[in-house]
Structure formats: structure tokens, C-alpha cells
Design a binder for this molecule. Structure first.
Ligand code: ATP
Ligand code: MG
Length: 180
């Protein structure tokens, strides 16, 4: 499984629809300071369900919506889609490609989709937890994360490792079952 495409519309500095296609292997994104490189990784984390505006380097969730420039009015909606190649069936769904989409409006309302069908955030989390992709896993290693891992307490480090191994979702389910 690999990330094939990232599409953004109205997300942070990307007012226009932008589509980035990735090849297999390593992709390096370069550009001057402030051109939007980190906004791209923010977009990936966001579509995977990140709920913390702070981790996305904003104050409120609506800060992910294009806030306008001297020449361009702010937008009312942000949308990001990630498309994965699933020809190896890493995700046990009968699709060659799996795309997930998240949308948020200034009103605060938001929506999630898997292959254009409306779904819950939880459906996305469950789908990807099985292959070690999650907003919190080490698929994305932000600045400072390595220090955090090294200096974490053993219990905290265990949580990292469990997410990575894909067993985090069972903990989540167990916690839910115990609450009922
Ligand atoms: P560096 O090399 O310094 O790390 P970068 O390429 O990672 O830079 P980003 O942090 O991705 O840059 O982009 C920062 C830019 O995104 C800033 O110019 C900021 O004004 C703009 N930006 C962030 N949020 C929004 C928003 N909601 N609407 C419009 N522009 C935004
Ligand atoms: Mg940056």
C-alpha cells in the first residue's frame, strides 16, 4: 500500500484545488520558508482525523480553512482527500484505490468520506489502524517527536509502540466495551 495522491481545496494556504501525485518510493518536498510544505503534512494528519488544532499549528479547527490574503477572500470550507493504492489489499476492502476525505465548514460542521461515501471518523481510524497508519503513529514524525519518544516514560512509550503495531484499536474497543 502506498500514498498515491493528496488533494487539497481551501486548506490553509492552498485556496485553489491542488493535486499532488506521488510515485512509489521517497518523495521530497522542497521550497522556500512559508511556501506551505508543513501545511501538506498538516493536511495528511488532518484527514486522518487529527482533532487537535494545536497539533495542526492553529488555535481553532477553523484555522485550517483558507483565511484569505490581500488579494483573495477567505473561503468557507476546507477539504482534503488522500488516495492510497490498495492493489495489495493491505486494507481488506475490495477496492484497488481507497480514498478518504475530510471536509470542514466555518460553522464547525464536518464530514468524512471513504471512497466518496459518508462515514464516521471511527470508520477511517479502524480501517487504517490495521495497517499502522494513524494520525498519531510514526508514519508522521513531527519535529520534536523523536526527543519525546526517547524521553517518554515506559508506559507512554508502550502506547506509541502499540499504535505502531496496530493493536491500539483493540484497546480502544476494550475501553468502549467496558464503559457499556
Ligand atoms: P518552513 O520552511 O519555514 O517550515 P513551510 O513551507 O513549512 O515553511 P508552512 O508552515 O507550511 O510553510 O506554511 C506557512 C504559510 O501558510 C504561512 O504563510 C501562513 O500564512 C499560511 N497559512 C497557514 N494557515 C493559513 C490559512 N488558514 N489561510 C491562509 N494561509 C495560511
Ligand atoms: Mg515547515
Amino acid at each position: 500500500m502506498y500514498l498515491k495522491r493528496l488533494e487539497l481545496r481551501g486548506f490553509k494556504s492552498f485556496a485553489e484545488r491542488v493535486e499532488i501525485n506521488f510515485e512509489k518510493g521517497i518523495t521530497v518536498i522542497v521550497g522556500p520558508n512559508g511556501c506551505g510544505k508543513s501545511n501538506l503534512t498538516d493536511a495528511v494528519q488532518w484527514v486522518l482525523g487529527e482533532q487537535s488544532a494545536r497539533l495542526l499549528r492553529g488555535q481553532r479547527m477553523e484555522d485550517v480553512i483558507f483565511s484569505g490574503t490581500a488579494k483573495r477572500r477567505p473561503l468557507g470550507m476546507a477539504e482534503v482527500s488522500l488516495t492510497f493504492d490498495n492493489s495489495d489489499q493491505s486494507v481488506p476492502l475490495p477496492f484497488e484505490e481507497i480514498s478518504i476525505t475530510r471536509r470542514v465548514y466555518r460553522s464547525g460542521e464536518g464530514e468524512y468520506y471513504i471512497n466518496k461515501r459518508s462515514c464516521r471518523l471511527r470508520d477511517i481510524q479502524e480501517l487504517f489502524a490495521q495497517c499502522g497508519i494513524s494520525r498519531a503513529a510514526f508514519s508522521i514524525t513531527a519535529q520534536g517527536k523523536i526527543d519525546e519518544f526517547v524521553s517518554a516514560r515506559p508506559e507512554e512509550r508502550r502506547v506509541f509502540l502499540e499504535e505502531l503495531a496496530g493493536i491500539g484499536r483493540y484497546r480502544q474497543r476494550k475501553a468502549e466495551a467496558l464503559r457499556k
